[in-house]
Ligand binder design. Structure first.
Ligand code: OMD
Ligand code: FE2
Length: 443
């Protein structure tokens, strides 16, 4: 495995790339020559309807040794802990928190290690999302996966993912994320125990949020997104397994060769990765707490303008400078669902109990906010410029869907004492101590 891989930079670009072993593999001036160079086959992978608006139209032309269609029929296989059945446990509006999910006790690869935590909707209707934890410790050997149901946003928490895709190779380490869109075949190699989170969206692709009055620059900048360069192998294998995730079930087919046989490709439908430390953080510099949407890296929009199917939001290291302000997250109830995970460090609203590799779910309208310790500390702290969240990276998958928890997640690593973190919150109300008196005391 090459340590340093080459990438092409830019979000939503039209890329054109050839494996250096096949110069001229991309046809000039057309997509479908009668005969392609080097005896390659041309194949189009469409990520949007043919007739989608130009700015949303997504497709890539692959020039490959064999077309993808050469495989034996798909047969249904065991799903493991992957499910889109949202009715296996009674609905539960409580605040939920999970301790770090265990690494596998037996050998398992990325596909075998995908466990659904929560979600809503249905890939058949192309509406909804699913959130997973993955834990794995062995490569997908002579095995690839493609997802017919949606796009995967993968957030490694432990262990680098060495990913081979039809478009080339990407290494994705903790504090980086990647997106592998619907239909793209990929295989993941890992070295030792690996764990992370996956957000799947059934409807549409992720885009960068509009910046509005922020201007032309900031948050996740387009040039920091990296897509692989073309790479192929001409490898015949007695049994190569292609797994298809289709309608929330796994199917397996075999073929006699590696699917990573694309010598050249061009188009704007390609996987990409992004280093979260590149995020240009914008925040309040006077008073009050800005909503966390200011930290949106990527968003999958719904049909309603401004409302996301799912946002990927991070809480990166930053300066906190607001005056006369309770600086941690405010207490709130939200008409969006909030799933949170932690890559490393700790999260300011819950210094204890919320751990890397664990998670929390604050469902639609479920009250939440800082725990007792955080409230007491932050309301009495001397306020000055302070670097916060250093050495930490928490994130949130925020969704307009009202998510259900799976039976597995309901019975695994649940911190049943989570609610206790708010119980000591004291009544500070004192009608005699008016706001006016308070201001005077400060003088
Ligand atoms: O609940 C959370 O911790 C996430 C969050 C952070 C914040 O700064 C404001 C609102 C919010 O939901
Ligand atoms: Fe919240």
């Amino acid at each position: 495995m090459a340590a340093e891989l080459k990438y092409m930079s830019g979000f939503d670009n039209e890329f054109a790339t050839e494996d250096p072993r096949c110069p001229g593999a991309l046809p000039e001036g057309q997509n479908n020559p009668q005969k392609c160079a080097y005896g390659l086959y041309a194949e189009q992978l469409s990520g949007s309807a043919f007739t989608a608006m130009r700015h949303e139209n997504k497709r890539t032309w692959l020039y490959r040794i064999r077309p993808s269609v050469i495989h034996k029929p798909f047969k249904k296989i065991d799903n493991g802990l992957l499910t889109h059945d949202w009715d296996t446990v009674e609905p539960n509006p409580n605040q939920l928190r999970w301790n770090p999910f265990d690494f596998p006790k037996k050998k398992q690869d990325f596909v075998e290690g995908l466990a659904t935590i929560c979600g809503a909707g249905d890939p058949k209707a192309r509406s909804g999302i699913a959130i997973y934890i993955y834990t794995c410790n062995k490569p997908m050997e002579n095995k690839c996966l493609y997802n017919s149901d949606g796009d995967f946003l993968i957030v490694p928490q432990e262990g680098t993912l060495f990913i081979t895709t039809e478009m080339g190779k990407m290494n994705v380490a903790p504090n980086e994320i990647c997106v592998i869109q619907r239909g793209i075949r990929f295989s993941i190699d890992v070295k030792g125990n690996s764990r992370g989170y996956v957000l799947e969206v059934f409807s549409d692709h992720f885009v960068l949020p509009s910046l509005g009055p922020i201007g032309a620059n900031g948050l996740a900048n387009p040039r920091d997104f990296l897509s692989p360069v073309a790479w192929y192998e001409d490898r015949e294998v007695r049994e190569y397994t292609v797994i298809s995730k289709y309608h929330g079930h796994l199917f397996s087919a075999t073929q006699g060769h590696s699917p990573f046989d694309v010598a050249a490709w061009h188009g704007n439908y390609a996987p990409y990765k992004y280093d979260l430390s590149k995020f240009m953080v914008i925040n309040c510099v006077a008073f009050d707490h800005a909503d966390p949407s200011i930290f949106t890296v990527l968003t999958c929009p719904s049909l309603k303008p401004g409302v996301a199917t799912a946002d990927f939001v991070i809480f990166p290291p930053r300066w906190s400078v607001q005056e006369n302000t309770f600086r941690p997250p405010y207490y709130h109830r939200n008409c969006m669902s909030e799933f949170m995970g932690l890559i490393y460090g700790n999260y300011e609203a819950k210094e204890d109990g919320f751990k890397p590799g664990g998670g929390s779910l604050h469902s639609m309208m479920t009250p939440h906010g800082p725990d007792y310790d955080c409230f007491e500390k932050a309301s009495n702290a001397e306020l000055g410029p302070q670097k916060i969240a250093e050495g930490t990276m928490a994130f949130m998958f925020e969704s307009s869907f009202s998510m259900a928890v799976t039976e597995w997640a309901n019975n695994t690593k649940v911190d049943s004492n989570y609610f206790q973190c708010w119980q000591p919150l004291k009544k500070h109300f004192n009608p005699k101590d008016s706001a006016k008196d308070d201001k005077e005391k400060k003088k």
